[in-house]
Design a protein around this ligand. Structure first.
Ligand SMILES: *Cc1c(COP(=O)(O)O)cnc(C)c1O
Length: 391
């Protein structure tokens, strides 16, 4: 019998995703697959739906995990809630805002963009004003823009959209599980995410939740969505009521997500958020002590994804290669216009602890110094001092 051919290196995944998977999640993913129409499978599905409602901060009946990664969730939101010829407003200030706008364009919508520089949050009053003027059918924005580290709460734009009779789509791919997403309080109609970032599971499923108001809109929609695979009404017939075959759900991924959500529930979601916030603050304190600047303004920062700017004269790729060689630590670089200009450092799930943040900072500082950077002060010392009181 051949030995196992898979022997992956043991990385510490401090990038934007995939992130570190909780060992308890791996354990259940090796358990026997049951049929995708087996009553046991639907029990697992119900557990997933309940756990996702907590993470999303919603009471929406329609809350599911779809097959595919975060982009499948994005595509589902656009395919179901954006009709050809309709007006879609998109807030674009990063890589993923661009992606939604492109999906809208391919859908045949009239896409209107409110653009900001990458790294700058949109002033909500401005977005609200713009919605009142343009009167769109749909507004889309990214709550946690992973390419820049900027968080956009969306409350005021949701209120303005509802007054104008528009639906709101929010990308919560990075925030879910790590920060409060607050779907109902914010007024988001359609929110989607992934499993491999804030939820600490492997990639492959796209959590999605839809407000009753948006469900009504969908039921009244005259045209059928062009994407058969992502048609939410067909999926309802599978996951609810009739339980009619639509596609073969990835059973092992559902096991993993169910367990991952149980791990979150055991800790308590609020405590988990707080752990991410504190880890973020400790990291920020350390990089600022070294003399690095963060791209996002203090009031707009995502807790679980940090974007320190690359100091002058330092080669970002070389720093990352050194970190991998030194300690198997994997962080990411910038995308698009931010390539070579920022690092993207994700501190989430099992890695959002005092010890792991300290190890990360130590390696980051060493790699920067080896690449010629002269720190203003010691990041390692700052993180130790901060962690004693914080995490
Ligand atoms: C990662 C990400 C996506 C895409 O998710 P995939 O799982 O890579 O398909 C979309 N939006 C944001 C904000 C992301 O961070």
């Amino acid at each position: 019998m051949p030995a196992s051919v898979i022997n992956p290196p043991r990385r510490l995944l401090f990038g934007p995703g995939p992130t570190m998977v909780d060992p308890r999640v791996y354990e259940v993913m090796r358990l026997p697959v049951v049929g995708h129409l087996d009553p046991y499978f639907f029990e697992v599905v119900e557990g997933v739906r309940t756990g996702l409602r907590t993470a999303f901060g919603t009471r929406n009946e329609f809350t599911l995990a779809m097959s595919g990664t975060g982009s499948a969730g994005m595509q589902a939101a656009v395919a179901n809630f954006v009709e050809a010829g309709s007006k879609m407003l998109v807030l674009v200030n990063g890589f993923f805002g661009e992606r939604i706008a492109e999906m809208g364009r391919r859908q045949g919508a009239e896409v209107v963009r409110l653009e900001k520089a990458w790294g700058v949050a949109t002033v909500e009053e401005e977005a609200a004003e713009w919605i009142r003027r343009e009167r769109p059918s749909v507004v889309a924005y990214v709550q946690a823009e992973t390419s820049t580290g900027v968080f956009q709460s969306g409350e005021q734009l949701c209120a303005a959209a509802h007054e104008a009779g528009a639906l709101v789509i929010a990308d919560c791919v990075t925030s879910l599980g790590a920060m409060p997403v607050r779907v109902d309080e914010t007024g988001i109609d359609v929110a989607y995410s992934c499993t491999q970032k804030g939820l600490s599971c492997p990639p492959g499923l796209a959590p999605i939740t839809v407000s009753p108001r948006a469900m009504e809109w969908l039921k009244a929609r005259k045209s059928t969505p062009a994407e058969w695979y992502l048609d939410l009404q067909l999926l309802t017939n599978y996951f609810e009521g009739a339980r009619r075959y639509h596609h073969t759900a990835p059973v092992s991924l559902f096991y993993g997500l169910r367990q991952g959500l149980a791990v979150i529930e055991e800790e308590g979601i609020a405590r988990r958020w707080e752990r991410h916030r504190r880890s973020h603050e400790a990291f920020v304190r350390a990089v600022e002590a070294m003399g690095l600047r963060l791209l996002a303004a203090p009031e707009d920062r995502i807790w679980n994804l940090n974007t320190p700017c690359v100091p002058k004269g330092v080669d970002e790729l070389k720093v990352r290669k050194r970190m991998l060689a030194l300690a198997d630590i994997d962080i990411a670089g910038g995308l698009g216009p931010l390539a070579g200009k920022v690092f993207r450092v994700g501190i989430m799930g099992p890695l959002a602890t005092a010890d792991h943040v300290a190890a990360l900072v130590e390696t980051f500082e060493q790699a920067l110094v080896e690449e010629g950077f002269e720190p203003a002060g010691s990041g390692v010392q700052a993180v130790r001092e901060g962690l004693l009181t914080a995490v």
